[in-house]
Design a protein around this ligand. Structure first.
Ligand code: 4NP
Length: 150
C-alpha cells in the first residue's frame, strides 16, 4: 500500500498522521510507503510544528526529520489512497483529480473510524490544547486503516 496523508500546511496534522501510521506499520512489519503533503504552499521545506513533534515524541514517535511539501499531480498516480484531514482538504484534492480513478483515491481519514460521517480532524494551528486530541483521533484512524487494508 502507498498512502498519502494531506492537510493544509503539512506541518501539524498530516506529518503526525504519517508518523503514526509509519510507526504502526513498522510494529506490524507491514512494508507500506507512507508520505504526507499540504494543499497550501506556505511552509514548503519546513519541519513539523514543534507541538506536533512534541506530542509524537511523547508517544515514542520521531517526526522531527520530516519536511513539508505540497501536493503534486503525480501523487494521484503514485498513491493508492490519499487521506484528507478535513473537508476543505477533501474539496481541494477532489478539484485537482483528473478523472474518476483519481477521485476514488481521495478519502476523509475519519471516515475510517466514523463511516460516512465526513468528520474533520480539527486544525490545531491556533490551539495549543488541540494537539493531544488530534493525536488520539489519528491514532484511532491509523489502527482502522491497518485493520482494513493490511
Ligand atoms: P496543518 O495546520 O494543516 O495541520 O499543517 C496548519 C498549519 C499552518 C497553517 C494552517 C494550518 N497556516 O495557516 O499557516
Amino acid at each position: 500500500m502507498k498512502i498519502l496523508m494531506v492537510c493544509l500546511g503539512n506541518i501539524c496534522r498530516s506529518p503526525l498522521a504519517e508518523g503514526i501510521l509509519r510507526h504502526k506499520c513498522a510494529q506490524k512489519k507491514l512494508d507500506w510507503y507512507i508520505d504526507s503533503a499540504g494543499t497550501g504552499k506556505w511552509h514548503l521545506g519546513a519541519a513539523p510544528d514543534k507541538r506536533s513533534i512534541q506530542v509524537a515524541s511523547k508517544h515514542g514517535i520521531d517526526i522531527s526529520g520530516l519536511r513539508a511539501r505540497s501536493v503534486h499531480s503525480s501523487d494521484y498516480e503514485e498513491f493508492d489512497i490519499i487521506f484528507a484531514m478535513d473537508k476543505s482538504n477533501y474539496k481541494d484534492l477532489m478539484s485537482w483529480a483528473l478523472d474518476k480513478e483519481e477521485e476514488n483515491k481521495v478519502k476523509m481519514i475519519l471516515n475510517e473510524v466514523y463511516p460516512n460521517e465526513d468528520k474533520s480532524v480539527p486544525d490545531p494551528y491556533f490551539n495549543d490544547d488541540g494537539f493531544q486530541n488530534v493525536y488520539e483521533m489519528l491514532d484511532k484512524a491509523c489502527d482502522k486503516i491497518i485493520e482494513k487494508y493490511a
